[in-house]
Structures are given as C-alpha cells and as structure tokens.
Design a protein around this ligand. Structure first.
Ligand code: NAD
Length: 246
C-alpha cells in the first residue's frame, strides 16, 4: 500500500534515511518539513506523519495530527515530562506509534531478554555491554538503558541494583545485580549484548546495527500498521505483535 507521508526533520540523518527507504518501498513523501515549517498547513491529505526531528518540535506536530485526524509515528527522543504530557493529550483522537528504537532486531532483543531473564533467573548473572562510535555523547545508550529496564522488571530489582561499570576493589559480584558497560570507538552504529553468565555455561544475546536504514524501515512498517489501529499510543512491541506472545 502506497502511503502519502508528512516527514518532520526531513534534512536530518534519519530524515534522509527515511526518504531513501520510502522511495525504495514505493511510498511518497508529500510534505518534507524541517525547522521553521508549520505542519498544520500541509498535514491535510497526508495518510500518516513521521517525526524524527528534535524534542521541542513534536508537540506542534502532535497537535496538528490530532486536529486533522492523521496517525503519527514518533521516533524523536529526549522529550521532557511536560512535552510528553502535551503529546499524549494532543494525540487522544488518533492512533500513534511512539518508540525510542524502531529497529526490528532491537525490539526482538527486548522481548528475548525479558523471556530469558524470567526463564533463567538470577543464577545466570545478567550483564549488558554496548558499543557505539566515538562521537556519541551519552552513555550508556538509551537502548542499553531500555534493556536494563526490561531486566530490572523481570527480576524485580531496583535502580540501586544496577552497576555502571566496575573499578578497583569492588568485592564479589552480588547476586542481585545487573552490570552495564559502554565501549566507544570508530564508526560503530550500535552493538548491544546481554550476557546471562551461569556456572558452566553462558548465554549471549547480541544485536549489531550496521545501517541507519533499519530504523527507517521499522518506522515505515509502523506507519503502515498504525493506520489500521484505534486511537491510542502504541510502541514497536505492538507493531511486531510481541506484546502478548507466550
Ligand atoms: P539530526 O540532528 O541529524 O536531524 C534532526 C533534524 O530535525 C534536523 O534536520 C533539524 O534541522 C530538524 N529540526 C530541529 N528542530 C526542528 C523543528 N522545530 N521542526 C522541524 N525540524 C526540526 O538527528 P537524527 O540523527 O536524524 O535524529 C533525529 C531524532 O531521532 C533524534 O531525537 C534521535 O535521537 C532520534 N532517533 C530515533 C531513532 C529511533 O529508532 N527511534 C533512531 C535514530 C534517531
């Protein structure tokens, strides 16, 4: 099905990746917006809007989407709590997919991590390792933090149980601990491994991103899916039907 797409943040790295991906699967970018453009002027007639811009731009787009009845896909990250609340309120009349990572592989990694943690329990010590390019400014990555959240929930552990790296005389590893470690270097787009290290064996779940197109193709998959949904805010676990699978 060909979609007519409003794209916000069109000149950015992800905006360009989405334009390439949309062209490759036959969708049409009918409105390519960036800083200074007003979405409400062009949103009518679009099947769906996609936002990969900046945190302070999403509220205006969500209001335009809500007012015009246009489904919205939000990939932008870094919203503060007031922005999140305003976005949720504006989107009440329409369906939307809002996800911090649109990679299909990463969303499957979340799912497998949750299942593995519940099956193995804390006899298998969980540790998360991520590696990104040398330009990345924050650590650990948002995705590693997401994996730690999934693990904490599965084991019922608190933020205090998370060890961000280790150095010096740390003593023995406590049983109720999740380690998280960040490596930086070169042009690595994003590697994440979750270790479950037991006595006599170790399970490693690894995802490696080698191209930004994975996020773009995931967002386009969400854009096709969201048009068939009732009003509500969904994420990629819903798009991939990973939510209630046994
Ligand atoms: P980028 O800096 O390359 O591009 C951002 C674009 O947004 C720029 O062209 C900028 O001019 C534009 N912009 C800034 N303010 C705007 C405004 N008020 N209105 C419209 N456009 C505006 O960044 P990027 O790497 O393309 O990432 C964009 C966003 O997507 C970031 O928040 C990033 O964290 C997020 N991201 C999400 C995923 C995911 O899978 N969810 C993946 C990659 C990046």
């Amino acid at each position: 099905m060909t979609l007519k797409i409003l794209l916000n943040g069109a000149r950015g790295r992800m905006g360009r990746a989405i334009q390439r991906a949309a062209e490759s699967v036959g969708h049409e970018i009918t409105a390519a917006l960036d800083m200074g453009d007003a979405p409400e002027r062009v949103i009518d007639g679009c099947d769906v809007a996609i936002d990969f811009s900046f945190h302070d731009a999403t509220v205006a787009l969500a209001r335009a989407a809500g007012a015009s009845g246009t489904p919205l896909v939000i990939g932008t990250t870094g919203h503060n709590s007031e922005e999140k609340e305003a976005i949720r309120e504006a989107l009440a009349p329409v369906p939307a997919v809002w996800a911090g990572n649109f990679s299909i592989g990463i969303n499957l990694l979340y799912y497998l991590t949750e299942k593995t943690a519940r099956i193995l329990g804390l006899d298998y010590n969980p540790e998360v390792l991520e590696m990104h390019h040398r330009h990345k400014k924050d650590a650990p990555s948002g995705t590693a933090e997401g994996l730690v959240r999934v693990l904490r929930q599965a084991y019922g552990l608190a933020e205090e149980n998370v060890a961000h790296g280790r150095h010096g005389l740390t003593g023995e590893r406590p049983r109720q601990e999740i380690g998280v470690h960040a490596m930086r270097g070169g042009d690595v787009i994003g590697d994440h491994t979750v270790y479950f290290a037991g006595e006599g064996e170790r399970l490693e779940l690894t995802h490696r991103a080698s191209d930004r197109s994975v996020f773009a193709l995931g967002a386009l998959r969400a854009a096709t899916w969201v048009r068939q949904q009732a009003p509500g805010i969904y994420d990629m676990q819903d798009v991939l039907q990973l939510r209630d699978t046994p």
